[in-house]
Design a protein around this ligand. Sequence first.
Ligand code: B3K
Ligand code: ZN
Length: 852
Amino acid sequence: PRITRREDYREPDWRVPEIELDFQLDPAATRVVARLWVQRSSEHDRPLVLDGDGLTASRVRVDGVEVPVEMDGPNLVVRLSGSAHLVETEVEIAPERNTQLQGLYASNGMLCTQCEAEGFRRITFFPDRPDVLSRYKVRMTADKARFPVLLSNGDPVGSGALDDGRHWAEWHDPFPKPSYLFALVAGDLVANRSTFTTMNGREVQLGIWVRAGDLERTHHALNALETSMRWDEQVYGREYDLDVFNIVAVDDFNFGAMENKGLNVFNSRYILADPDIATDYDYDAIAAVVAHEYFHNWSGNRITCRDWFQLSLKEGFTVFRDQGFSADQGSAAVKRIEDVRGLRASQFPEDAGPLAHPVRPDSYIEISNFYTATIYNKGAEVIRMMATILGPEKFRAATDLYFERFDGTAATCEDFVRCMEDAGGTDLTQFRRWYSQAGTPRVTASLKQEGGRARLTLSQTVPPTPGQPDKQPMVLPLKLRLFGSVTGRPLCDEQLIQLRDPTAEIVFESIPEPPVLSINRGFSAPVVVDTNRSARDLAFLSAHDDDPFARYEAMQQLMLDTLVASVTSGRPDHDAVIDAVRNTLTDPALDPAFVAEAVLLPSDSFIGDQMALVDPDAIFAAREALRRDLGREHEALWRSAHEAVRNNRFEYSPAGKGARRIKNVSLGYIAASGARDAADLALAQFEASDNMTDRQGALGVLVSSTATEQRATAIDAFYRRYADNALVLDKWFQTQALSSRDDTAQAVEALAAHPAFTLANPNRARSLIGAFGVNQRAFHDVSGRGYRFLADQLLALDKLNPQTAAKLLPPLGRWKRFDAGRAAKMRAELERIVATPGLSKDMFEQASKSLD
Ligand code: B3K
Ligand code: ZN
């Protein structure tokens, strides 16, 4: 397959300032007529090449005159003599046969589109690249009974009935946009509507479109939309620019949602919520994704990307924006903890494995494979570091400058950094390495007291990654502070230092008592920090640090040190963790939501990430042993924490969420203690709960338990209760795939044969296969059956939906970290995948790179 390289970027040969699209919609056969007003962009004699993917032109006209159809592979070649022409093409496509869910496809009786990154070329011939911006006029005709609602980008300009039972609607989008932001939806939908008055007094009609039965589940999303529109005005000065803003929920969707101009299309799991079907986690994710897609209207749509190597320009920045939004809606500390946990669960492993790539990649085979945690979440951390370096006022000035300077254009990461420099009055030359170098930097920090001084020695390294054996030092903004280990008092103010050299030394004067180092506070840099802090120091910080993130971090480090020592020595010493957890649990000043995060042990896989060779069974055993001891030692505390909120009625508020969080964490520890009544307690919670958070929390505990009867009762009851709700059934599959029982690999194989399982729906596929892939112990079952199962499922899914299949492959690529027996089995599955005839380029890229 062909490799696309960033250094090969060339301006487009032809611009398309205007386009008119005419759709005769029909699930089996949709006719698409496209009229492109094209302009030669410079003096050259190259033909107009229009991207196509699986299209056949039934007719091509230039300035009204039919010309012969000339193809170059999948693309259409049109030879033009002048500098401006009208090119008209006609194709026929079959949405109901589109299982890739890219382009125009059918989902649950409706028709919808997904174009990013290169799906528009599956709808019509077009220069399908983000730096070709066009004004769109779209006309849709469809059967009125089946598709009463016809939506597209921009504003509606007309509609009417035809005498054959069909009707039409026309939409115009006044803002030039790249083809990846095109969207249309046709279906039998109803809307939850509202109006929003912008900061300059313009009225915007808002609509969240769903099937009739789901209307009552859209209030949270609508509320989140209004809140995020206001937030973007207040925090970034960004006002919405069209008269309508519509969101449509779709059941079959390859990822979370899509920011199409004025017509966001969402995976229904990020829209639909009520207490009976959605967890607190779902509620938060809905608000975050609604905000994210809305924020793209400026960071993505008004300013888009010049080419797909610049993807993090819109995604990293927009994730940073949605993180700020969420932080402002509840506990900023808990939000930061969740984001860092997510980064460590997905981005750090990516950066340490065969698929590591820079935030601005240099090449790709299939761009869909680059919608990664690195582009999104590390990209957001890179923006966050610039915001930290500039400070809030200059950062706001810099984003204002960016929005002003590049409005209406297709920009680059470099353009963004230049705005940070210009408005921030700072030189980010060395900082730019964050865009070009892959790999997670490692910092070593050691603090020594000498007389009345403290000397902090810092050093940094960046590990080699594929194609980048040697690395240059990075700019690492590190927030730090020293505390006195005797008095507990801070010994200095918080400082922001920028580590730029391989090593550095900082001396703190007048240090009267042995100091304890609090470093990378707030996770100011996305790095791994190794320190020489003792268990005592960490326990001290976990109780006294004034930065809540650092407090959480100290506890995590203490737990990690304890678990790693226990795995390697086989002689666990749990005392320090037990004491630290008691202190946290009994500190009345702490927010329960924070407490619940702080007392959770690091995941199996994060423990594995600390070790050169991962022994999944030993890690599991060590973690379970610590869980059991924590459960037993603090049984009374867990029970009273659980009991105190047991009968709370559901309320969606930070306090309500915090109570449910601590309740479920406590239930987990009660079960871990081995208490005889734990399964009954869990089943009682399962049966009595008035909300999904508590119900799924209890189900999760039971699914991992050996209490056969209660376990089966809950699994069965959950299934029957939600048999006709696909989003909740996904949770049923997912919870079982995450089970810590010994028989999970077999159980997952059986679930794949369950009548309700299907690979055709991405949510369902991810709920079982994706969850299984991150269940470290079950997936790495020493028999190798987990590897075989994953490979079999991926090969089957690749035939339907390569994009979703390829996203689920990375767990197989971690073979270097496992013992020779497991590694050989993992490699064998990767080799089997690569050797499969007819493999998609999505899978080929992921699997072949994972073998290196
Ligand atoms: N921009 C889309 C992601 C598109 C993924 C294409 N493979 C959603 C988002 O990041 O907001
Ligand atoms: Zn995005």
